[in-house]
Design a protein around this ligand. Structure first.
Ligand SMILES: O=C1O[C@H]([C@@H](O)CO)C(O)=C1O
Length: 529
């Protein structure tokens, strides 16, 4: 899927405080579409969040929807489809917000590069969707190619001469000008570059490294970090980083930039591009092989990276206590033979009427009004496959009081097979949260919160749960609207791995009619007219 004939879609670049106005015309003849502005909190414009069945009705073929919203915070963001598997089909692009005029970033750089990372399958998103909702279940499998700015190669490797792994593929013979040719980073020696990195993968967790160069991490998800230096960085779907790279290596050489799969047994060759030191030719191959991606299941490496991420000194601190705590157990389940993911034993199936309208107008039949479970059984064994794998469908909403401090403890568990627990990056709409901590095994109430970092936890919109572990998040419900909170692995959301939060919906102003033109809100307004 392309936008204005482009894949990825065009980069949108604005300044903090700007209003972005996008007119999205759906020219997909046979399906609806929406676009989510990932990381933008949509204060006062919850109908512009771009989540089908949550913030708006999907835009029908031939129709145009106007997204108009303010970008209040500088940072590295992206946008993407939020309906079915349209992200896997390529519906995404970069969204960069620069600091407001007269303002400065808290670090210096001479130039910048942007890398939007994604993964690519030869199977269409429709086949993927059907496989996920079939008996027997057909998993999408690992991607064929990893992409940087939509570019990657199949059945050949840029690095074949260096590596026995990839020599079997043969060397890519690029003459220049091919659409699959990598996006080369052309740099001058002895400068500092800001590399913006965002991951909109449908599945893959990635590790990025630059041969011979260290990176200083300074931003995550549009929030400044206490700078720290690394040789490689893990990035999960839904996350973004800025790193500073000093081009202080031998200026007669070029250097590899590599991305490789983490957290799942990789079946996809590394994605590669070059850091080209000018005036060298970009066709000059580096002297050494591309950086090796850490072993896919070396979770200690991933945890050590996550634990280094702390807020820049002077950043907003979390409230010291919570008003409301929700425990969310993540399990893989079955419903009538279908493979699903469930949260506290409920697998999310979105309603036909978007919540924002049904809650605002009190249309009680639009979804299950019983509160969803805020906890799970204290004797659930997270280290074993579920004893009773059957779960239920649901579409109930966590109704949160406005201006309250909410803690969410995400609890990972064993999947359906023995000795399998997967990585899940959870993304919250409408807010940033503080990541208070990560832990192993089952969260111990009354004990583990003593280890929370309340001094300098990073603010983010996406945080990972490690296999068999828990992650603690805190946020303030300061944004009237209805907000998705879900695993950012697209097939996992499709299989039900998400929940919905609503706060202060009575305060939401005029929702554009078009966002309501389906389901029960559609009926209500059609009658009126
Ligand atoms: O949701 C998933 O399903 C498969 C596997 O668990 C069952 O085939 C997989 O690897 C997932 O992440």
């Amino acid at each position: 899927m392309t936008i204005n004939g482009k894949f990825p879609g065009p980069m949108i670049r604005a300044k903090a405080g700007d209003t972005i106005h996008v007119e999205l015309t759906n020219k997909l003849h046979t399906e609806g579409v929406v676009i989510h502005w990932h990381g933008i909190r949509q204060f006062g414009t919850p109908w512009a969040d771009g989540t089908a069945s949550i913030s708006q009705c999907a835009i029908n073929a031939g129709e145009t929807f106007i997204y108009r919203f303010k970008v209040d915070k500088a940072g590295t963001y992206f946008y993407h489809g939020h309906y079915g598997m349209q992200r896997s089909a390529g519906l995404y692009g970069s969204l960069i917000v620069d600091v407001a005029g007269g303002e400065k970033e808290p670090f210096h750089y001479d130039g910048e590069f942007n890398l939007l990372l994604s993964d690519w399958w030869h199977q269409s998103a429709h086949e993927q969707e059907i496989g996920l909702s079939s008996i027997p279940f057909r998993w999408i499998g690992e991607p064929q190619t990893l992409l940087m700015n939509g570019r990657g190669q199949y059945n050949c490797s840029l690095a074949a001469p260096f590596s026995s792994n990839y020599s079997s593929l043969g060397k890519c013979t690029l003459r220049g000008g091919e659409q699959c040719a990598p996006h080369i980073l052309h740099a001058l020696p002895n400068k500092t570059y800001r590399l913006r990195i965002a991951s909109t993968t449908a599945l893959a967790s990635l590790n990025l490294a630059i041969g011979n160069h260290k990176m200083v991490v300074v931003e995550a998800d549009g929030n400044y970090l206490q700078p720290f230096e690394v040789e490689d960085l893990d990035i999960y779907s839904g996350e973004s980083y800025s790193v500073l790279v000093r081009t202080n290596q031998d200026p007669t050489q070029n250097y590899w930039v590599s991305i490789g799969v983490r957290g799942r047994e990789p079946k996809t060759p590394q994605g590669l591009t070059l850091l080209n030191y000018l005036p060298n030719s970009a066709s000059k191959l580096p002297l050494t092989a591309p950086p090796v991606t850490p072993k896919w299941d070396d979770y200690d490496h991933s945890k050590s990276f996550s634990n280094k991420i702390l807020a820049l000194m002077g950043s907003p601190k979390p409230p010291a206590n919570y008003d409301h705590r929700i425990m969310l157990l993540n399990t893989q389940n079955r419903i009538n033979g279908y493979t699903k993911w469930a949260i506290n034993n409920v697998s999310l199936v979105l309603p036909f009427t978007p919540y924002l309208g049904s809650i605002k107008y009190g249309l009680k039949h639009a979804f299950d009004n019983n509160p969803p479970p805020e906890n799970f059984s204290s004797n659930y064994d997270v280290m074993k496959p579920p004893i009773n794998p059957n779960s239920t469908h649901g579409n109930a909403v966590y109704m949160l009081n406005l201006s309250s401090t909410t803690d969410v403890i995400l609890q990972n568990a064993n999947a359906l097979s023995d000795n399998v627990s997967e990585i899940h990056p959870w993304h919250l709409h409408g807010h940033d949260f503080w990541v208070l901590g990560y832990g192993e095994g089952k969260f111990r109430d009354g004990h583990d919160e003593k280890k929370f970092n309340l001094k300098n936890p990073p603010l983010r919109n996406t945080a990972v749960i490690f296999p068999y572990g828990w992650t603690a998040l805190r946020f303030v419900t300061d944004n009237p609207g209805v907000w998705a909170f879900h695993c950012h692995i697209e097939p996992h959301l499709h299989m039900g791995m998400g929940v919905v939060f609503a706060e202060g919906v009575h305060r939401v102003g005029n929702i554009p009619n078009q966002a309501l033109a389906c389901g029960l809100t559609g009926k209500k307004f059609m009658k009126k007219n």
